[in-house]
Design a protein around this ligand. Sequence first.
Ligand SMILES: [Zn+2]
Length: 422
Amino acid sequence: MRAALSAAGAALLQAVLEEQDDGYCGPRTGCGCGGQASYAGSRPKTITTVLGPVTLARAWYHCAACKSGLAPRDRQLGLLPGGALSPGLAEMTALAGAETSFARAAGLLAGLAGITLSPKTIERSAEAAGAAARAATAAGASAIRERRIVPLPPPAPVPDMMYVEVDGTGVPVRPSETAGRTGKGEDGKAGTREVKLGRLFTVSGLDGDGKPVMDQGSSTYCFSFDGKDALAGLVQAEYLRRGGGHHRQVIALGDGAAWIWSMAESLYPHATHIVDIYHAREHLSDLAAHLAFITPDPPAWLAARSEELDAGNVQAIIGAARQYPLAATKAAELDTKLGYFERNAHRMRYADFRKLGMFTGSGAIEGGIKAVIVQRAKQSGMHWTVDGAADIIALRCQQASGRWDELWPARATQTADLRPAV
Ligand SMILES: [Zn+2]
């Protein structure tokens, strides 16, 4: 029945398309290069739709300046340049390709929709949609940063707190993508490139135990393979887009890397900084191990310091560690290890933070890294190009941010417009 209905639908769609004109718009039309393209006859094209293949009659224009051709009808119907899939099918491939490997996505489309496409076609189409999403995000971000777009304030009631969390992870890439790069600044492992992810979300209230509850659906994401400054630009735009300045309390939560704090200081200087308590505990264990040769009862020493850390009493930890006379390398290493606590003491006032109803762990960004990046981009046997990975991660960010529909403007048009049907 489904196959028969699809075939009937394709025939109906074909008939409707034949009722329309072929996009002819006079002897000349503007080309994307800024030049003028001249009418060069008719060039029909067969595209694959959700219902099956249909053939479009298209007026064809050729531009002498850039030596390329264009069909105004493609744009009218929302077809991507060079694309052979209808907008409806392009969205389906993007949905499936963002979710799982291109080979499995091909299986899903065949199994669920009876549409046969090669994994390569799905890869190309999904990545083209992702590339369009990246371009739109970048354009939107610069428009917001340059104040060409001024976002509306968040709708009332404005949630009490906004969190900004960032973290990074390595994505496995082809050897050509790491050539000429040192492992430094990436994640040390060969064959990966670091992607940084930002997650913004709000908290309106506490649960019965006085613990903060993330507002459902309040998370939005941004990401970059191009380092901390590129990410900072996107975080800034996202913060402004969401009206970060309207929240009573902004919180920057991170693993302790210095760039996170300098980004926070320049973008939202009034924010409270919090070092993820789990990272702080790891540093504490490391400190205890460093002193284990001299402390009388190392496990008890660590337990006592852990209590001090939970209480946010970093001075007590530093005092306890400085009690022992160390020399030479041991002393220098101790200084380094204590430096982390000294620099971040004001970001480790955990008892105060808990009292104020704030998160002290960076579980939200770690969960985001896992859901948005790891589950799709870090499966065994995957070797991405950076662009390919960025395209797919862009789709996943769009989805995780609840902004998927913005990628498909065709859906928003009138029913009289054919694009949604095609
Ligand atoms: Zn041109």
